[in-house]
Write a protein that binds this ligand. Sequence first.
Ligand code: KG4
Ligand code: ZN
Length: 347
Amino acid sequence: MTEPLVLGIESSCDETGVGIVRGNEMLANEVASSVEEHVRFGGVVPEIASRAHLEAIVPTLNRAVEAAGVDLGDLDAISVTAGPGLMGALVVGLSAAKALAYTLNKPLYGVNHLIGHVGVDLLDHGPIPEPCMALLVSGGHTNILKIDKLATTVTELGTTIDDAAGEAYDKVARLLGMPYPGGPVIDKAAQQGNPKAIRFPRGLSAKHDLERHRFDFSFSGLKTAVSRWVEVARRDQVVYDVNDVAASFQEAVADVLTAKAVDACLHFEVHTLLLGGGVAANSRLRGLLEERCEANGITLRRPRPGLCTDNGAMIAVVGSELVRAGVRPSSLDIGADSAMPLSQISM
Ligand code: KG4
Ligand code: ZN
């Protein structure tokens, strides 16, 4: 059998993405972002995102089909993000995918956005050894996952008990007076700063916390610590370099994420670690993870930074895995699930 030709649609947050893959080969990946429209609000406004998806979905689809040079009639399946995400935003992509599946008479797969973030590495580095471990770090999620089979069997080993890693970046950026989204801005500022300038707390890393929360994360204490530090510095009129604060915060985040992901690999004797999600574009996280994986005999797989943020190709490649694994397609009457659990790969 030739590799499945799959079109993937993503609309869970502020990016409208349409990607086309053949097996693990990316043929097109077109993204329209409404991020500029949210900047002055300091975060994504759901209503604005939904309207932007509605306007962008058909032009983005047209661009993807043209870039891939394929005929829609030749598709083997349509894959679409069914959750988790913003309800009004998800519905736009899902409706478009249903319309395509219905008119073209092709199978529809409603897939989990987060599995897309993990599976996207197949496009860069081919099939993954199973089982493997995944560190998923996005704006809304922070998880350690054990992947026995990407298309069917994923287990959540740990999660954040409060803020997600990306959320912490966005909140800390805001309190440092930097624009939204905070991740890329802090990443850049941190490169000019000293990561050892301030020792910020590493959440859930003390011995008594590890007993109950070995693979879990917490970032709200870190955010509060940064906020207090800045408050005290301003009150006492201490001259400080904001780049040092950014670098020290980033170091704390990267330190805990990498320590726990490596610990999970060693504990479960899994030798491959996949990195995924918007925060996976972070330069320090990528660097430190590489160092620590190498020191522990773990093969690290990191998708290129451009594929770490939301896009349609990551949804298409999960669809392609589902087709190859012979998973039953979704019904045309599925709904969107804004809180779709990680263990559910497709609907
Ligand atoms: O995965 P994603 O595109 O959207 C969700 O599914 O949530 O992740 C967006 C998050 C934002 O919080 C953004 O600040 C963060 O990823 N991010 C980064 C970097 N690039 C994006 N965080 C740290 N360093 C970066 N270079
Ligand atoms: Zn995402």
